[in-house]
Ligand binder design. Structure first.
Ligand code: ATR
Length: 280
């Protein structure tokens, strides 16, 4: 079988190691390749995948939205998020899906987070924030979206409400929300290059769970600050793992060998020293 990741850039992607470890663990004869595809070349890219009989592929920046018109069907999850990160070829048609939000939820479930009746605050309103906000809202969480560009926060809150979720919005900064959040999720790129975060977390309740979806560095200034305040913290590596696990299961209709994929991901990250890691 043949699988791939398409996007631009894809050269630092850790998905090939993760997926191939999964194939090997179950004795499946399959490959997973990186195929660079620019936004302007997406039509040719998909044609190439079809002509060469790829069974499925992941889609990363900047193609997650642009690929939708080229697919025959998309799942309700992908439709609500408005983006596709996983495609499979089924009986001659192309089915698009999104595992980013569910991958995030799964990473919290494995750490023992209880979702019922909780309030989540999301910092940022880009593509990752949208997948997370939509999926958490469907699990019944009350969502507050804070963004530098407040119009985008308002738009995203409107999208979440339009799908039946409970969402409000505001501008990025400290406020009384800090004491009220049960789950605080950092989705902006701030911290990837070792920079300080935009505001401190002094006064945050130690019962708040704090997630930074950045995984390189493993501990951003934001996450370090949260840990100093006694909060349970998690970086984005498990989100990356579980979006991959769910994609693997979507393609192959069987349980993924999670521990093998996790080990490959950790080893891949360790060996890619100069990885500047755009989150996938
Ligand atoms: P992704 O798909 O990874 O979520 P994105 O769609 O480009 O990436 O979104 C990036 C998010 O990070 C946006 O919410 C952006 O805020 P704006 O909408 O105001 O641009 C936020 N972001 C990026 N750089 C930032 C910075 N220096 N300070 C605060 N927010 C920032």
């Amino acid at each position: 079988m043949k699988f791939a990741i398409i996007g631009d850039p894809v050269d630092h992607s850790l998905s090939p190691q993760m997926h191939e470890a999964g194939f090997k663990a179950v004795g499946l004869d399959a490959v997973y390749q990186r195929i660079p595809v620019k936004n302007s070349e997406i039509g040719q890219g998909v044609r190439y995948l079809l002509d060469n009989r790829y069974d499925g592929w992941n889609v990363t920046y900047p193609l997650k939205e642009a690929i939708i018109p080229l697919l025959d069907r998309v799942t309700p999850e992908a439709l609500d998020i408005g983006a596709v990160n996983t495609v499979k070829r089924v009986d001659g048609y192309l089915l698009g899906h999104n595992t980013d939000g569910e991958g995030f939820v799964q990473s919290l479930i494995t750490k023992g987070f209880e979702f019922s009746g909780k309030k989540a605050v999301i910092l940022g309103a880009g593509g990752a924030a949208k997948a997370i906000a939509m999926t958490l809202a469907k699990k019944g969480l009350d969502i507050l979206i804070l963004n530098r560009n407040v119009e985008k926060a308002r738009w995203l809150a409107g999208q979440v409400s339009g799908c039946g979720g409970k969402a409000s919005w505001g501008c990025l900064g400290i406020g009384d929300w800090l004491q009220k959040a049960d789950l605080l999720i950092q989705t902006t790129p701030v911290g990837m290059k070792g920079e300080e975060y935009l505001f401190g977390l002094r006064g945050i309740s130690p019962s708040t769970w704090v997630v930074d979806i950045i995984y390189h560095p493993a501990v951003t200034a934001f996450l370090g600050d949260a840990a100093k305040n006694g909060c349970q913290t998690m970086n984005g590596l498990d989100m990356l793992l579980y979006q991959g696990v769910l994609a693997w299961e979507f393609w192959l209709n069987r349980d993924a060998p999670v521990s093998f994929m996790q080990r490959a991901l950790t080893e891949g990250l360790r060996s890619s020293d100069e990885c500047d890691c755009a989150n996938e």
